[in-house]
Design a protein around this ligand. Sequence first.
Ligand SMILES: CC(=O)SCCNC(=O)CCNC(=O)[C@H](O)C(C)(C)COP(=O)(O)OP(=O)(O)OC[C@H]1O[C@@H](n2cnc3c(N)ncnc32)[C@H](O)[C@@H]1OP(=O)(O)O
Length: 423
Amino acid sequence: MGTSDPMTRTLADDDPEDVHDWLRAVATGFLQSAVSEEELRARAGAIDPERTQGAYVDGRCVATFRTFAQRLTLPGGRDVPCCAVTQVTVTATHRRRGLMSAMMRRALAAAKERGEVCASLIAAEYPIYGRHGFGPATRATDFQVDLTRAGTDRAARAADTGPGTGRIDLVTPEELRAVGPAVHERFRALPTSAGAIDRSARWWLAHTGGLRWPGDERRDLFHAVYRDRDGTVQGVASYRHDQRWRNSVPAGTLGVDELTAVTAEAELALWRYLLSVDWTVTVSADRRAPDDVLPLLLPDPRAARIARHHDLLWLRPLDVPALLSARDYRTAGNLVLEVRDDAGLAGGRYALDATAQGARCEPTTLTADLTLSVADLGSLCLGGEAASRLLRLGRLDEHRPGAADHADLLLGTRRLPWCQDMF
Ligand SMILES: CC(=O)SCCNC(=O)CCNC(=O)[C@H](O)C(C)(C)COP(=O)(O)OP(=O)(O)OC[C@H]1O[C@@H](n2cnc3c(N)ncnc32)[C@H](O)[C@@H]1OP(=O)(O)O
């Protein structure tokens, strides 16, 4: 067994075996025992060697860390470049020696250098990333709808989308690949889509079964689209069905994998469709917005049980002026924030001037209204957390009475920020 200290490096540009070794280490880090050659080939396509770090001991990869370029939608519908962090693993033999922290520091510095406005990730466990300046910025709700209690009309026409409106069509994976990306891009640009992230061509390929490997447990999805009266696709939904029966009676669960709608009409029509599929007693819908309309669509909203309510997207501001200038605010107003950042990446005092025409945020010497950590700014910046709640916890310092309430008025959003995609 080697005794040398781990050496951290980015992957080689021109060596597929280097990438494959790294992917095997990711699998080990995530406690997956074996990876097929086919899976290695399929996964390798996502990897940009320059943005991928590995730590090596005697030539063996013991820690992994990867980032990729992402676009994040802010309140108001504009998006900013973001550094998405993923596949962070340290093999059990080498954990708690600072390997992850060292790779994180390097990745955040590189992101700042590239001009990425913040970093994002989905945290496996809550306590890992706060110390690196990440705060939970969006939450998601997993609903389980008991159709036997919901009071919905099971005999109604499945695709009844209402008088004179559009229609639901089931489409093939290839058809979804053709129409889905444009719907999602339009969705991302809506003023109410804060927290949405872009989907690559690879994302659509994986979602529609174009990237598979043996042992992949993803079940085949059905894809439905909503077309409005003019034939324009305004929403898409993908779902699976477990086809369960008990004593000759349907006992199935329809699992909603995703639902993205550009119009309210499309959103309602797609939900009505998903709630009406025969052989179904339970509709499960994971990672929905906490303020999704789903429960209120049911005559008995309590039939939509909340199975889980959890943090999803975590954000780490890297460029406070760029982040706060690009979003819209609920009302006009001024706020001076003192941001503490132990890593020295985004700290400083910043003046925000929000108007109906747009916002400006720049470094200032004015007296601060609030002092907060960069991680708490990550939680507040999309409007998914309240400054007044953090104040009650003693996590913010208020230098002007009412400043936290004023921050809530400015930063709060009509709809909660929401990200339904895992990465
Ligand atoms: C975005 C994503 O990819 S999420 C996936 C994260 N990966 C996993 O969960 C896979 C299993 N776990 C692991 O691979 C590792 O334990 C990691 C990646 C979570 C941490 O890697 P390590 O190299 O052990 O972390 P590192 O030594 O840098 O820890 C830094 C600090 O964070 C703390 N920390 C690390 N992991 C955890 C955790 N799971 N819970 C609580 N604290 C933690 C450490 O105790 C340490 O604190 P200290 O500086 O006060 O001593």
